[in-house]
Design a protein. Structure first.
Ligand code: HEM
Length: 423
């Protein structure tokens, strides 16, 4: 059967138009019809001599497992001058943007911090954070908080008042970031993630650079403080490990901790937003989420599939590669569109339908292969713990307005989601 027969939404335009639309503000807000249109060109789409878009599930799995496709590390970024920017100076010192052998060295150093036992021990932390911020929402709705919105029982922005606050609280506790310092870091965290978008003009990196400067300064201070007065937190543990084993440079240590803050907050926050939205759109499943712990896992897997927080990963070909019949020249940038692969009709029946009963569903939302997300279990645990707490407390919650998206595709999520709590 031709693959296009199974697409749920009719392509709204031709592939060429879809491609030029994809990284525009409108395209970033509504990318799924564009992926459908691009699918007309097949699972692998050459983009001139040095670019390639990959939409197919199997094709992306192959690329992510193939060591000839490298992450865009410091060497790659030096060739484009991106390394002159403080955002990329920091990002290229972390495992996500390092290749072998640095990648293994860094992953070995920090891997324990997000291992299953650690994650299980943090579940209570996530539940407490969710309870704290649902109480905050109730206060906003009841008018007693003195905040600048919602105090009259009107709509509240769930992104600001809950989705961001839960992961920032959990990660803040973990790293020993004082409560009062956490929310002020939020704007800087989101700003740094704009560095992952394709850059057409280098000035577009300035907000990410400014955000990164704030985070690097903050974490470098925290590291100094914990070196003087160690506590029972991840920063103290990593400082101790570095100072005894010396496996990371001081800059790499700070960069790794900055990454824990960024990755620990932004995508989990986006996943909470997407999950709540899906629960409101599918009330029967939303209700089941509040009563059936096992069901939460299936719900989150399907939320990750149908609307992942990260749409695109980038790889650079280290050498000439024959890839599914396409000749990929060394240096070619491959844009791997995870969000399109998650709707590949060869892999998922009825792919545009939200269906929590799917069996053996393995969306690519946390990547695959050596760079598979270190925090996947930690992120899932937080969302599985927090969203039911919210929905139990506000069973009549409804959207007060269509949510708006940030102007980002690589790290995609709601800028704002106004809800009426109905309490
Ligand atoms: C819903 C939440 C999250 C999503 C969707 C997500 C997604 C991803 C994806 C797609 C990758 C692969 C990158 C690549 O192959 O180029 C990745 C890697 C990574 N993620 Fe996450 N992530 C999430 C939460 C977290 C959390 C909470 C942490 C922990 C602090 C974390 C830490 C990392 C790290 C360290 C890597 C790099 C691993 C490596 O290079 O070996 N992530 N993540």
């Amino acid at each position: 059967m031709p693959v296009t027969d199974q697409r749920m939404t009719e392509p709204v335009m031709g592939p060429a138009e879809a491609l030029s639309e994809l990284f525009t503000p409108a395209g970033k807000h509504h990318p799924y019809p564009l992926y459908d249109a691009l699918w007309e060109l097949g699972p692998v789409i050459p983009l001139g001599p040095a670019g390639m878009l990959v939409l197919g599930y199997d094709e992306i799995c192959t690329a992510l497992r193939d060591s000839r496709f490298l992450v865009t590390d410091a060497a790659v970024h030096r060739t484009t001058g991106m390394n002159e920017h403080s955002s990329w100076q920091c990002f290229t010192k972390i495992m996500m943007f390092s290749n072998s052998p640095d990648h293994e060295r860094m992953r070995r150093f920090a891997g324990w911090a997000y291992a299953p036992r650690q994650v299980a021990e943090r579940r209570l932390l996530a539940i407490r954070a969710a309870e704290r911020w649902t109480s905050h929402l109730a206060t906003l709705a009841g008018g007693g908080d003195g905040g600048d919105e919602g105090g009259d029982g009107g709509p509240v922005d769930l992104v600001e008042a809950f989705a961001t606050r839960v992961p920032i609280t959990v990660t803040g506790e973990l790293l020993g970031i004082p409560d009062a310092d956490r929310m002020p870091l939020r704007t800087a965290i989101t700003a740094t993630t704009t560095a992952f978008e394709p850059v057409f003009d280098r000035d577009e990196l300035l907000p990410a650079d400014a955000g990164m400067d704030v985070l690097v300064d903050y974490i470098a201070d925290l590291v100094r403080e914990r070196r003087r007065r160690p506590g029972d937190d991840l920063v103290s543990a990593m400082v101790r490990d570095r100072d005894t084993a010396g496996a990371l440079s001081e800059e790499e240590l700070v960069a790794s901790l900055v990454m824990f803050v960024i990755a620990g907050v932004q995508s989990p926050s986006d996943l909470i937003g997407n999950t709540v939205r899906l629960a409101l759109d599918h009330p029967a499943e939303g209700l089941r989420l509040t009563t059936d712990d096992d069901f939460a896992s299936a719900f989150i897997t399907e939320a990750l599939r149908i609307d992942p927080p990260n749409h695109v990963l980038t790889r650079a070909a280290a050498t000439d590669i024959d890839f599914y019949g396409h000749r990929v020249a060394a240096g070619t940038r491959a844009l791997l569109v995870l969000a399109a692969a998650n709707r590949d009709p060869r892999q998922f029946t009825d792919p545009a339908t939200f269906d929590t009963a799917r069996k053996d569903s393995r969306p690519l939302s946390f990547g695959l292969g050596p760079h598979y997300c270190l925090g996947a279990a930690f992120a899932r645990m937080q969302v599985e713990a927090a969203v039911p707490v919210l929905l139990r407390r506000f069973p009549r919650m409804t959207l007060a307005a269509p949510p708006t998206y940030r102007d980002q595709l690589v790290t995609r999520g709601f800028a704002r989601m106004d809800v009426a709590l109905g309490s």
